[in-house]
Write a protein that binds this ligand. Structure first.
Ligand code: SAM
Length: 331
């Protein structure tokens, strides 16, 4: 590989983390994430598994230390059981960590493969532990299947962080119980604020719950000590006294976290975005096919030069901040 210069944007931020979407498709339709009927990218426009590996190698040569596989739902991508072991072979050879964010539905059959590939920790999205509510929020999910997946991940020795989107009127009363549950199973918990990404056919503001409010509420129930721990992502962590749980808050609306941004995001089509909240992007798929690593390197330089300083999400705006859903950018 000819490339070795590291990636630094025009604000001096070093990019060491890439989130790679394996597909924009998902087997769930979470209300705040997707519309009931979604138009997915035609399969022919999606990067092949070989191309994903090729891109990963280029990123690693440019100083990327951590890759997170995401989507859509990464574990429904056909061939994921070949791709993950292949990427796992890069761990310790430039790549420091390979991780995955999943809704957990397919963990029952893939958890062992993930662990065997060198993945040590995963994020599992779980917004409710009540079967009816879970089905309502995800519009189709089977809670038992996800809990079974989590058990399989535990058995495979994967460290688990539960991601829970805080939703007014839908799961706010489950946040404290979720903390106790995570404590009993040795998981960490991160709460996420609803972000205005993509049209979901319903009004997101209805269930928007500012995490500043949640933190104040939880702070009255538990003693929270700010933690210096960082996992490379935007979450700010607290230790919850007596529970042994690390509680994270991803609050893009009430606590902007962009100044330390270290990441870029590759959509399943090979489009790379500099920011979740902007349209700034470069297209890598055709370049990779026609001009190889050199062409991709130049496009990445262009991306870095224009990487936005940050997002300016507000929940009040009638329209989403950006038209793409989180599932397209690779949440
Ligand atoms: N399917 C995987 C999953 O469920 O974790 C990975 C992709 S999903 C887009 C990644 C995370 O983004 C999930 O935790 C999901 O809850 C969250 N998410 C999706 N849309 C969101 C939005 N508009 N605001 C906040 N979080 C969102």
């Amino acid at each position: 590989m000819v490339l070795s210069n590291s990636m630094i944007d025009s604000f001096g931020r070093r990019i060491t983390y890439v989130r790679v979407s394996l597909t924009d498709r998902c087997d769930l339709r979470c209300r705040y994430c997707m519309a009931e009927t979604m138009n997915f990218v035609p399969r022919k426009d999606v990067l092949t598994l070989d191309e994903i590996v090729e891109l990963a190698d280029i990123f690693i040569a440019r100083g990327i230390k951590r890759i997170r596989l995401t989507g859509g739902e990464p574990l429904i991508r056909k061939g994921v059981d070949r791709l993950v072991p292949e990427l796992g072979r890069r761990i310790g050879r430039g790549l420091e960590e390979l991780t995955l964010t999943t809704n957990g539905t397919q963990l029952g059959r893939h958890a062992r493969m993930l662990a065997d590939s060198g993945i040590r920790r995963i994020n599992v999205s779980l917004d409710s532990r009540d079967p009816d509510r879970f089905r309502n929020i995800t519009r189709r999910g089977d809670l038992a299947q996800v809990l079974g997946g989590i058990e399989a991940a535990e058995a495979a020795g994967l460290r688990i962080k539960i991601n829970m989107v805080a939703l007014r009127g839908l799961n706010e009363d489950e946040i404290a119980p979720m903390l106790y549950w995570c404590s009993s199973r040795g998981h960490d918990l991160t709460l996420i604020e609803t972000m205005p990404l993509g049209d979901v056919e319903t009004d997101r503001t209805e269930h928007y719950l500012p995490l500043s409010e949640v933190r104040a509420r939880i702070g009255r129930q538990f003693r929270l000590t700010p933690s210096l721990a960082r996992t490379g992502g935007p979450a700010r962590y607290y230790e919850v006294e007596g529970l042994g749980v690390r509680l994270g808050f991803i609050a893009p609306l009430t606590q902007n976290f962009c100044e330390g941004c270290n990441r870029i995001r590759v959509a399943a089509t090979g489009t790379v975005y500099g920011c979740l909240g902007h349209d700034q992007k470069v297209e890598l798929r055709d370049l990779l096919r026609s001009r190889g690593a050199e062409g991709v390197a130049r496009a990445l330089d262009e991306l870095l030069a224009g990487k936005p300083k940050g997002h300016q999400f507000t929940i009040e705006a009638a329209r989403p901040a950006v038209a793409r859903h989180m599932s397209v950018t690779g949440g």
